[in-house]
Design a protein around this ligand. Structure first.
Ligand code: F6P
Length: 551
């Protein structure tokens, strides 16, 4: 059977209808009551995978809800599609591609075939090449055109060729070589590159041009400007490029066309989606920063969760559970968004990274066969590190009118190199972490408010209805392996949801139209060209823009 006709709309299954009925019968579940009725709920609702301790007790579910959700997963053949992915089948049907980010972290002796060819040796050959290069840069053996050692690394890429390495570099900052400056440029707004290089010495700067396709206009434009900056700064010709530019891509032809020697290209493959790619060659900037050994520890963390997802039974399969809980809220409670709230400043880019992972994957409204969906698919994913969010938007989560399921991610230990005085702040950070999920779940009743002597007219304002569902993910500390585990958890959660919704989570046609129109409209801005097909609003806005620019 082809992966595309693996299942029909989930809503047509009896299991979906059973959940509809169950939701009606449950009515409004009160977390206070669920906990009161079951003293074991907190301990029973914990799963462990690798270094991650996952508490899902504070969800608006009963054992029956979870059972019915697992039945929906079985009816929609989530594990069948999972196995097809691990076997290298072309489950990305609209692009006719395999989906094998799991091969990027497979051990050397694994065998994963695409079109009859084992891809694992190629993965390790690139990892070895990256490691050798990273070591040369880190040791100072790799020098720039003038013979000076490289002290600055600038990754130029966008989307999956930026968010992953930028997020992971921030997350693992305490593991980085602090003598190296590593920066990330993504925006075609020239200010991004300007700010990234303005205090750098070109003689000591290495540019990593990261682009799967090597045709992405933002990246090629920035890379061209970076090359000009370099050659001007060095007062050198094209020959200087070789020591200051490397490429990460699947497209050797375009890399060569840009002027980068393909021996300085680190390859990956069309079966790696951009948003699933930072553990491929796209992670080179990260590897230079943290070193090959730490990078491989991160890959092992990914692999550990891959194996868990592949082999754990449904009852203890964490990505399955996370995916199904999202479906419970999105499809049966009409929740529109999902917050991811890390209590680690080092994870400040984590949610932005997940936005692409989740929203580019599951922001779809047609099924695999092209039929429109009649149910909600991917949520809006958002969030920033605690405790900052507490003083900004948590008010709405606590007392607003929207149901916002949230993941809280925290660590028992602060990072190892924090000064003792600052490390002492960690308990306060984590006290907030635990307090928030408690307040969200159990709230504060009007009677509890009154008991504090609050005047009656203020009681409704100071009441917290609670019942806001959260998952708590706790680990000892944020290590490379733990980061890999976390990312793999979310990758597979997104997979589970896409499988249930019967959508292709691995294409991204939705970003194409804007790209095409930008290309078409540009001459109207620059030359005042009369671009056919421009609507009257856009035409007027472009005219205003030209007027404001004095054109
Ligand atoms: O336009 C979206 C997208 O294709 C993402 O999926 C991808 O991560 C990003 O652009 C960058 O693409 P590339 O790595 O080919 O430059």
């Amino acid at each position: 059977m082809n992966a595309s006709d693996r299942q029909a709309a989930p809503t047509q299954t009896p299991e979906w209808q059973a959940l509809v009925k169950h939701r009606e019968e449950l009515g409004e579940v009160r977390l206070r009551e669920l906990f009161a009725a079951d003293p074991e709920r907190a301990t029973r609702s914990v799963l462990e995978v690798g270094d991650l301790h996952i508490d899902h007790s504070k969800h608006l579910v009963t054992d029956e809800t979870l059972r019915l959700l697992r039945e929906l997963a079985a009816a929609t053949d989530v594990f069948g599609l999972r196995d097809a992915m691990f076997r290298g089948e072309k489950i990305n049907t609209t692009e006719d591609r395999a989906v094998l980010h799991i091969a990027l972290r497979a051990p050397r002796d694994a065998v994963i075939e695409v079109d009859g060819e084992n891809v694992v040796p190629g993965v390790h050959a690139v990892l070895d090449k990256m490691s050798a290069f990273a070591d040369r840069v880190r040791s100072g053996e790799w020098t720039g055109h003038t013979g000076r050692r490289i002290r600055n690394v600038v990754n130029i890429g966008i989307g999956g060729s930026d968010l992953g390495p930028a997020m992971a570099h921030e997350a693992l900052r305490s593991f980085t070589d602090r003598d190296l400056t590593v920066r990330f440029v993504s925006n075609v707004d020239g200010s991004d590159l300007h700010e990234a290089v303005r205090d750098l010495d070109p003689a000591e700067t290495l540019f990593i041009v990261a682009s799967k396709t090597f045709t992405t206009i933002e990246t090629i434009t920035n890379a061209t400007s970076a090359r000009n900056w370099l050659l001007t700064g060095l007062r050198a010709g094209q020959e200087a490029v070789a020591k200051h530019f490397v490429a990460l891509s699947t497209n050797a032809e375009k890399v060569a066309e840009f002027g980068i020697d393909t021996s300085h290209m680190f390859e990956f493959w069309d079966w790696v989606g951009g948003r699933y790619s930072y553990d491929s060659a796209i992670g080179l900037s990260l590897m230079i920063a943290i070193g090959p050994e730490r990078f491989r520890e991160m890959l092992d963390g990914f692999h550990l969760v891959d194996e868990h997802f592949r082999t754990a039974p449904a009852e203890s399969n964490v990505p399955l559970l996370m995916g199904l809980l999202g479906i419970w809220y999105g499809n049966f409670h009409d929740a529109q968004s999902h917050a991811v709230l890390p209590y680690s400043h080092y994870l400040s880019k984590f949610t932005a990274y997940l936005q692409q992972l989740d929203m580019e994957s599951n922001g779809k409204s047609v099924q695999r066969d092209g039929e429109p969906v009649t149910y909600q698919t991917g949520p809006v994913v958002w969030g920033t590190p605690g405790t900052n969010g507490q003083h900004a938007y948590y008010q709405l989560i606590h007392q607003g009118t929207k149901l916002i399921p949230a993941d809280f991610i925290g660590f028992a230990e602060p990072v190892a190199d924090l000064q003792p005085g600052l490390a002492a702040q960690h308990d306060l950070l984590m006290a907030n972490f635990f307090a928030q999920t408690q307040a969200l779940a159990f709230g504060k009743t009007p009677d509890e408010v009154r008991a504090e002597g609050v005047p009656e007219e203020l009681v409704p304002h100071k009441t917290f209805k609670g019942n806001h569902p959260t998952t708590t993910i706790l680990a000892t500390s944020l290590t490379p392996s733990v980061l890999g585990q976390l990312v793999a958890l979310y990758e597979h959660k997104v997979f589970v949801q896409g499988a249930v919704w019967n959508i292709d989570s691995f294409d991204q046609w939705g970003v194409e139209l804007g790209k095409v129109l930008a290309k078409r409209v540009e001459p109207a801005l620059t030359e005042g060209a009369d671009v056919p097909g421009l609507d009257s609003s856009t035409k007027a806005l472009v005219a205003k823009y030209r007027e404001l620019r004095g054109r």
